[in-house]
Design a protein. Structure first.
Length: 161
């Protein structure tokens, strides 16, 4: 079916098709911890990862670290994306990492996005966060980062698309 796509849209579509035809993709949990009620960014990232062939589990708003970790464990997801706009990212991420370790899931790859001051990026990385994205981050770069992280995973892949 021809949708009269622009050349950019066709290129993106062809790229997604190529990815879907390639290796299996990891399961990714995208979570919104705390009282923050703005989830558009988390939904945009979820959609981009789905378009790239990932199975994405979006937890919805107002999740506690305990609920997030329970979802990661229940879904056997090797990648967790946290969207934090409230300013509580250091406290929340520290608790999530602590709970993952307690559950024997310290190998889960963690990405954090949101309103993150430059000074806190290094602190998050020192805690074990694999990547930090701030407003304006390119969606393709985020997907490429998940691709890079998932390439190092073993025995946790889902069938592509």
């Amino acid at each position: 079916m021809d949708f009269n796509l622009s050349p950019e849209q066709e290129s993106y579509r062809d790229g997604v098709r190529a990815v879907c035809a390639s290796a299996p993709r990891a399961r990714v949990v995208i979570a919104k911890p705390g009282l923050d009620g703005h989830d558009r960014g988390a939904k945009v990232i979820s959609r981009a990862l789905r378009d790239a062939g990932y199975e994405v589990i979006y937890t919805g708003l107002h999740q506690t670290p305990e609920q997030i970790v329970a979802t990661v464990i229940a879904e056997d997801a090797p990648i967790l994306g946290l969207s934090v706009l409230s300013g509580a990212h250091l406290t929340i991420v520290e608790r999530v990492i602590e709970l993952l370790a307690r559950e024997g899931a310290q190998d889960v790859r963690i990405l954090v996005g949101g309103i993150i001051p430059d000074a806190d990026v290094a602190a998050l990385q020192a805690m074990g966060v694999d990547a930090v994205f701030t407003p304006g981050a390119d969606i393709h770069w985020i997907v490429a980062t998940v691709d890079r992280l998932s390439a190092t995973l073993t025995d946790v892949m889902e069938a592509a698309c």
